[in-house]
Design a protein around this ligand. Sequence first.
Ligand SMILES: NC(=O)C1=CN([C@@H]2O[C@H](COP(=O)(O)OP(=O)(O)OC[C@H]3O[C@@H](n4cnc5c(N)ncnc54)[C@H](O)[C@@H]3O)[C@@H](O)[C@H]2O)C=CC1
Ligand SMILES: O=C(O)[C@@H]1CCC=N1
Length: 271
Amino acid sequence: MQEILFLGAGNMARALIAGLVRQGWPATAITVCAPHAERREALAAAFGVHAAPAQARVITPGSTVILAVKPKSIGTVLAAWQGSLSQARPLLISVAAGVPVASLQHALGEALPVVRTMPNTPAQIGAGATALFASPEVNDEQRQAAAAILGAVGSIHWLEDEGLMDIATALSGSGPAYVLLFLEALEDAAVAQGLDRPNARALTLQTVLGTARMAAETGQSPTSLRHQVTSPGGTTAAALAVWEEGLRSLAQRALTAAAQRSRALASTSKD
Ligand SMILES: NC(=O)C1=CN([C@@H]2O[C@H](COP(=O)(O)OP(=O)(O)OC[C@H]3O[C@@H](n4cnc5c(N)ncnc54)[C@H](O)[C@@H]3O)[C@@H](O)[C@H]2O)C=CC1
Ligand SMILES: O=C(O)[C@@H]1CCC=N1
């Protein structure tokens, strides 16, 4: 199994490591490097991976480096690792929102092979969704390596146009937060109308889970499945009339705002 070096020990590194180890990736083939001892040691304790202070490790040729720091930290981190990266020429997988391949290669001072990705946090239970874009320097073997790593923690979706990464980020990278906000809003609305919190949470969760599974497993379109729930003049129609007052335009505005922010994050990585 190939060696993976994570630069960064935050939420996304944790989700990917949890997912990889859960899916059987050997923990001893994974190392986490980050300046905050508490965070990297917590990952070592939770998953059995190696932890090391930033730059304490040399990069092994043939390994994969996963860049999992905030866009604004990228310049500093890549500058610090430039020597070892240039020597070992590993496959670099970036999970940073908004940061184009060209900016990463500019910060590296050379065109190393880069796979820019946008995973999401359900990766921690093997249910992630990741959009990927490969720079021209990435060979077939490296493409397969990236697919094996991200594919171990969920579904993978290659994009041929890097410009589409911003909308993929807005959809699936940030998407879990939208679904969670929806869960919160439904649960709170039921509680406000008298249902107890444990039942409200359990009914909400199973409704969203069951519906997503039904859509995935039947292969029927969301529109067709929705019509099956909606009796003319019934309860669903009454609620849908309210949702239709704003949900679709809110979805447009929310994804536009996230994609714009993704584009803007590119400039913070140059600070
Ligand atoms: N949280 C999410 O749902 C997703 C996040 N991402 C991307 O993942 C990246 C990380 O995000 P989060 O994990 O949420 O942030 P976070 O703030 O939880 O983690 C950032 C980590 O970077 C580390 N770090 C800072 N300076 C460093 C250095 N010099 N060397 C090594 N490590 C250093 C810190 O230890 C920290 O643990 C971001 O670029 C974000 O756009 C992508 C997809 C989803
Ligand atoms: O909020 C963010 O910027 C990151 C990228 C996608 C999900 N979280």
